[in-house]
Design a protein. Structure first.
Length: 119
């Protein structure tokens, strides 16, 4: 449970949490938007919510991992991403290439040109 979830569970506004914790509303907004906040701010928030700083730090780390591991894409978008990666990278050794030879050759030619332009 992150800070925003804890705040909403208590039905507090950001301004109320600011008053209870002694932090600025801007600090609360920063934390809730995923920006880093200082240790002293975390101590204040931990005291207000009656949890340990360790708990808040663990929750922050878990939330960061979730954002990286679970991008917000639907099933169709994920299929499109997978197909684009397959086309660009080529099939795995045990899989059949969905492209014709001439299409694969064209992609490899573009990759080669791109590499020379980047160098």
């Amino acid at each position: 449970m992150n800070i925003q979830q804890r705040r909403l569970k208590k039905q507090w506004s950001q301004e109320q949490l600011s008053q209870y914790s002694g932090l600025s509303t801007r600090t609360i907004q920063r934390d809730e938007s995923g920006q880093k906040v200082g240790l002293e701010s975390l101590k204040c928030l931990a005291a207000v919510f009656e949890v340990s700083i360790h708990t808040l730090l663990q929750e922050q780390n878990m939330n960061k991992q979730k954002v990286v591991e679970q991008p917000n894409v639907n099933e169709t978008e994920q299929e499109a991403i997978n197909f684009a990666q397959l086309i660009f990278k080529g099939p795995k050794k045990e899989k059949q290439d969905p492209l014709m030879k001439i299409e694969r050759d064209a992609i490899n030619k573009v990759k080669a040109i791109w590499k020379t332009l980047k160098a």
